[in-house]
Design a protein around this ligand. Structure first.
Ligand SMILES: O=c1ccn([C@H]2C[C@H](O)[C@@H](CO)O2)c(=O)[nH]1
Ligand SMILES: [Zn+2]
Length: 179
């Protein structure tokens, strides 16, 4: 069932809170259950996400997306509290382009960090900019045995949050590699 649309679809009127997706769907028992199982509700607003959101929003200006014109940025917070950002970088040879999440993970790894506590992705448009399948796997590689929150934001703020395990159930990862 589609969530009702509103003119404020991507505006996050309560700051970086859940937007229409969760606010409307939460009134339905089925989605309430879905939210309890796999997503986290930041209502009316989670101030701890401000820094993560601002960092990604600033980074997004430097996204290189001349082909899709769809600029995306990701920001990662590690257990140390540090924040690392990345942007999508496209290529005239289309498949060569890389996602914002991959850039943020590269920045984190370069700094010597290996665990994603939470990650935020910001993009524009009506649809939620959730990580692609490859990036879900990339994030899982650095989940550190935990279940990082994946926050999905529009230009107005965080729209909704998922747990990685909801986005990538029964994942194959480093824990399953033979020694
Ligand atoms: O979570 C996402 C979704 C899309 N993109 C990029 C890839 C491509 O450059 C553009 C259009 O798919 O957006 C990301 O970086 N992250
Ligand atoms: Zn991706």
């Amino acid at each position: 069932m589609a969530a009702p649309r509103s003119p404020a679809w991507n505006k996050a009127p309560f700051g970086n809170s859940y937007d229409a997706v969760a606010r409307y769907s939460c009134s339905l028992p089925h989605f309430c259950d879905w939210i309890r199982r796999g997503t986290l509700q930041n209502f009316p607003r989670d101030p701890t996400l401000d820094e993560l959101f601002e960092a990604a929003s600033a980074a997004r200006q430097n996204a290189y997306a001349p082909y899709s014109r769809f600029k995306v940025a990701a920001s990662i917070r590690t257990p140390s509290g540090s924040i690392y950002c990345g942007v999508n970088v496209e290529s005239a040879s289309f498949p060569v382009g890389t996602c914002a999440e991959a850039g943020a993970i590269a920045a984190m790894a370069l700094a010597g960090e290996r665990v994603i506590a939470e990650i935020l992705i910001v993009g524009d448009g009506d649809a939620l900019v959730t990580p692609c399948g490859a990036c879900r796997q990339r994030i899982f590689e650095f989940a550190g045995g935990g279940d990082p929150r994946v926050h999905v934001a529009g230009p107005g703020g965080v729209r909704t949050s998922f747990s990685l395990r909801l986005l990538l159930p029964h994942a194959f990862g480093p824990n399953l590699m033979p020694p």
